[in-house]
Design a protein around this ligand. Structure first.
Ligand SMILES: [Zn+2]
Length: 259
């Protein structure tokens, strides 16, 4: 049994008419749990609707660093109302993206800090997006006391030094299709080395499909290829990675899907 620790199933990411068939294919591939992630307030409301009604889905709600510019006076209170629902297991995705810079950096930082404080108020772990900003991400997590709630470094794409800093703060490392790309040597090395009780697997669907679907739209059922690659890199059976990652998600957020 596998859990996809981070996927997008709403709005522009996946047509509503496709959800059922997509989840059926995933279940046939042995994936029975899905953490569906919201990227702005409107998307987060849609994700919560799914988590409330579809078995096996729980929500992670927040404002993505790309969308930080949409954060306005009422956003924090509205998001707090949404994340207080028991079907919401994480706050985010939130973080810093200094690769694309789609929102001004000062605004990304302010919105990131606000969501760490929110996570601490509602006592739920964080879902972190970080790109080209490893040092600042760790510094802000430390300054805001994020180890009180911990969380997931989603779509892990950094190196071992960053991984060590994140693990020190109690965070979990979630590996995506990137580990199946031969050239992603630093990420593959971390996947081979990271403590077994701190690893997760995800698709980040519809992005970053693993080999053998690289370049095609990604979907939660493909998380098995990522889990198989992590197992291969660590020299263990795929079933062991499936069990460990399912157990780890439960240890972090208190939820495991019914088998
Ligand atoms: Zn995402």
């Amino acid at each position: 049994m596998l859990v996809d620790a981070h996927c997008h199933l709403t709005g522009s990411y996946l047509a509503e008419a496709e959800i059922e068939a997509t989840l059926d294919r995933a279940r046939q591939a042995g994936v029975s749990g899905f953490v569906a992630v919201g990227t702005d307030l409107e998307d987060s409301a849609r994700v919560l609707g799914l988590a409330r009604t579809v078995p096996g889905i729980q929500a992670s709600l927040g404002v993505h660093p790309h969308e930080a510019r949409t954060w306005e006076a009422g956003t924090e209170a509205a998001l707090e109302a949404l994340v207080s629902d028991p079907n919401v297991r994480f706050v985010g995705e939130t973080g810093l993206d200094w690769h694309y810079d789609l929102s001004p950096r000062d605004q990304q930082e302010a919105v990131f800090r606000a969501q760490i404080r929110l996570a601490r108020r509602v006592r739920k772990p964080l879902m972190i997006h970080t790109r080209s900003a490893p040092g600042d991400t760790l510094r802000i997590l430390r300054e805001e006391g994020a180890e009180a709630v911990r969380g997931i470094i989603h779509c892990f794409s950094e190196d071992r030094a960053f991984a060590e800093g994140a693990l020190e703060l109690g965070f979990y490392l979630s590996f995506s299709g990137i580990v199946t790309f031969r050239k992603a040597e630093a990420v593959r090395a971390v996947a081979a080395w990271a403590p077994e009780d701190r690893i997760l697997v995800e698709t980040d669907a519809p992005f970053l499909a693993p080999v053998p679907y690289r370049g095609k739209p990604n979907e939660p059922g493909f998380v098995r290829y990522t889990a198989e690659t992590v197992a291969e890199l660590r020299g263990v059976a795929p079933a062991r990675i499936a069990e460990a990652t399912t157990r780890n998600l439960e240890a972090l957020c208190g939820w495991a899907p019914a088998s």
